[in-house]
Design a protein around this ligand. Structure first.
Ligand SMILES: Nc1ncnc2c1ncn2[C@@H]1O[C@H](COP(=O)(O)OP(=O)(O)OP(=O)(O)O)[C@@H](O)[C@H]1O
Ligand SMILES: [Mg+2]
Length: 326
């Protein structure tokens, strides 16, 4: 299951994704955690110290390796240089699975021990001003998008991405790559304005978007969120002393997280699991092709000097287990 946490800066994306990852780890489920936010804090939120977090390999620096591996023997992708972040898999491509060892995980993922089990952590690497300027080609999140487009994940396996609700995700189609998107919103006008923007982009693509209220105190906050986002409000999380203690470098055992917050995390998992039935593999593949053609026309063809539309394998559908090729 592919799950994104998005929302306004400071809303609690990293905090809630890290709590959700910790919760999943206690269930014994396999988890790949991905930090794709501009501010790279997921490692710290999962308990890594500064030196450990700084030592994490950046996916953005390993794009050539990632592309080379995923390209495999796909004859439609003639070189690693012509593979852009939206290049879809086709016959001959290598796919990624949550539970396996592969060169991409070897290069980009590191195990993080949590109460109850270890998860794999991958990070895009910190964004620089240059990344934000030319987000199309050198995009850090491009590595994540490539991986998601080549991932065959099953029920009970989780990829949790701490994302930023930025323009890059909308331009590239990254926002359509998830089974469910949790939009973290504080009960403020600014918090819900990001929700409205997201909803707008998501509408035509069948994106499952649910709001998780954060730092919600009392009935007035709850009423505000209900009034602003209606049925999209899945669940709210209050102030957490557990989170505060963790921020002071003294994380208590996870089972000591407040009951109400533990219940909220379980509800997020239930909501995520329920989306499995909604999966539409043809649509998922069609959308990646749609965004690839868009990117090819707007900058990719010019940048690579190739006709990137020719990379599309018309008979290919990204499916579970084996790659289905008609
Ligand atoms: N439920 C909570 N209880 C207590 N503190 C919280 C809670 N949620 C978030 N915080 C605190 O609020 C601050 C911002 O949260 P966080 O870093 O998760 O937000 P973010 O959306 O990831 O921010 P950024 O956009 O900078 O990445 C952190 O100091 C975090 O510890
Ligand atoms: Mg963050």
């Amino acid at each position: 299951m592919k799950i994104a946490f998005v929302g306004k800066g400071g809303s609690g994306k990293t905090t809630l994704s890290s709590l959700f990852i910790r919760h999943l780890a206690t269930t014994g489920a396999p988890v790949v955690a991905v930090d794709a936010d501009i501010n790279q804090h997921l490692g710290a939120a999962l308990g890594l110290d500064e030196a450990e977090a700084a030592a994490l390999p950046a996916m953005g620096d390993r794009l050539p390796l990632i592309k080379d591996y995923l390209r495999g023997s796909n004859p439609r992708i003639t070189s690693t240089e012509t593979m852009i972040k939206t290049t879809p898999p086709g016959e001959g491509s290598r796919l990624l699975r949550v539970c396996e060892d592969n060169p991409v995980y070897d290069a980009c993922a590191r195990p993080v021990e949590l109460d109850g089990g270890a998860v794999r952590l991958m990070v895009t690497g910190p964004f620089t001003d240059a990344d934000l300027g030319v987000a199309c080609y050198h995009s850090k999140t491009g590595a994540v998008e490539l991986c998601l487009n080549h991932l065959v994940d099953g029920q009970g396996e989780y990829v949790v991405v701490d994302m930023t609700a930025g323009s890059d995700s909308f331009a590239s189609g990254m926002f359509t790559r998830f089974d469910i998107t949790f939009l973290v919103a504080e009960p403020t006008l600014k918090g819900v304005s990001v929700y409205r923007q997201y909803k707008e982009y998501a509408r035509d693509f069948g994106v499952v978007l649910k709001v998780v209220g954060n730092k919600v105190q009392g009935a007035d906050d709850l009423d505000f969120l209900r009034a602003e986002v209606g049925d999209d409000l899945l669940m709210t999380v209050g102030h957490s002393d557990w989170v505060r203690a963790m921020e002071k470098g003294r994380p208590p055992r996870f089972e000591l997280l407040e009951d109400a917050n533990l219940r909220a995390l379980r509800a997020l998992q239930v909501a995520a699991d329920a989306t499995y039935e909604l999966r539409d593999r043809e649509r998922y593949t069609r959308q990646m092709v749609h965004f690839h053609l868009k990117n090819a026309a707007s900058w990719g063809d010019a940048r690579t000097g190739a006709d990137l539309a020719a990379q599309v394998d018309p008979g290919f559908v990204l499916g579970e287990g084996v790659a289905a090729s008609a």
